[in-house]
Design a protein around this ligand. Structure first.
Ligand code: FPP
Length: 236
């Protein structure tokens, strides 16, 4: 790719299609999630090497608890394994890992593993990997409002200080707007992902299933982003 490409500062990915990818190979859904976790590590490193500063990924939604107990448990065990034993390249590449989502309903061993990777990477500065786990976009907005109400009641915050820019400070992480939002697997919806942050995002949809979403596919999304005319409501 040519050097003059604009690189989005904040990219988000709805990592969809693990189950279908596995089924197409006669394997169980868990195998798809395992392969998806490898894709995530690869793409996070690649995105940062291309100059992306923040990568937000949808790992587990609040609604994913509706899945079978065995699938939920597999995913939770996979997260623990990733956060405690893998992700060595993420750590070595100076990427800071943060989480967005509700802590309630998560197993203690999952919370412990999340704390371990957060702690190991807290001083890293080259990029941020924001893992949305037990996350819902509407829930995030409601939690932010509740947080604001509490601070106002305690006289720690004035309502006059809240506007669309300062509101970011009350979200799970203060990472600013998403420039490019990617969804894999041919679905065309936002599924309660980062709605506040995606107000002016460019959307990129691909039929590729997440375990197959590699560096080349990421580059296609960047090229597509470069062909967009971002007007933010302005007239041309
Ligand atoms: C959606 O595909 C994917 C998920 C619900 C899980 C995403 C998790 C990973 C990619 C692993 C991430 C690992 C870490 C360490 C954060 P799906 O199961 O809905 O696929 P389908 O639509 O084909 O059934």
């Amino acid at each position: 790719m040519k050097g003059e490409l604009k690189i989005p500062n904040h990219v988000a990915i709805i990592m969809d299609g693990n189950g279908r990818w596995a089924k197409a190979r006669g394997k169980n859904r868990s195998f798809g999630h395992l392969e998806g976790s490898k894709s995530l590590e690869k793409i996070a490193l690649y995105a940062m090497s291309r100059g992306v500063k923040i990568l937000s990924v949808f790992a587990f939604s609040t609604d994913n608890f509706k899945r079978s107990e065995s699938e939920v448990n597999y995913l939770m065990d996979l997260f623990i394994n990733m956060f405690t034993k893998k992700m060595n390249k993420i750590i070595a590449n100076d990427i800071k890992v943060v989480f967005s989502g509700r802590k309630e309903n998560l197993r203690l061993d999952v919370l412990d593993a999340m704390n371990i990777i957060v702690d190991k990477t807290k001083n890293n500065q080259s990029g941020i990997l924001n893992i949305c786990l037990n996350y819902g976009g509407q829930e995030e907005i409601v939690d932010a409002v509740n947080n604001i109400v509490k601070l106002v009641k305690e006289n720690k915050l004035s309502v006059d200080d809240i506007d669309k820019n300062t509101f970011y400070k009350y979200l799970y992480q203060n990472l600013g707007p998403i420039d490019l939002l990617i969804r894999t697997s041919g679905e065309y919806r936002i599924s309660n992902f980062m709605m506040y942050q995606s107000s002016y995002s460019e959307f990129y949809f691909t039929d590729v299933l997440f375990p197959d979403f590699n560096e080349e596919e990421f580059d296609k999304a960047i090229i597509s982003f470069n062909n967009r005319d971002r007007r933010y409501g302005n007239a041309k």
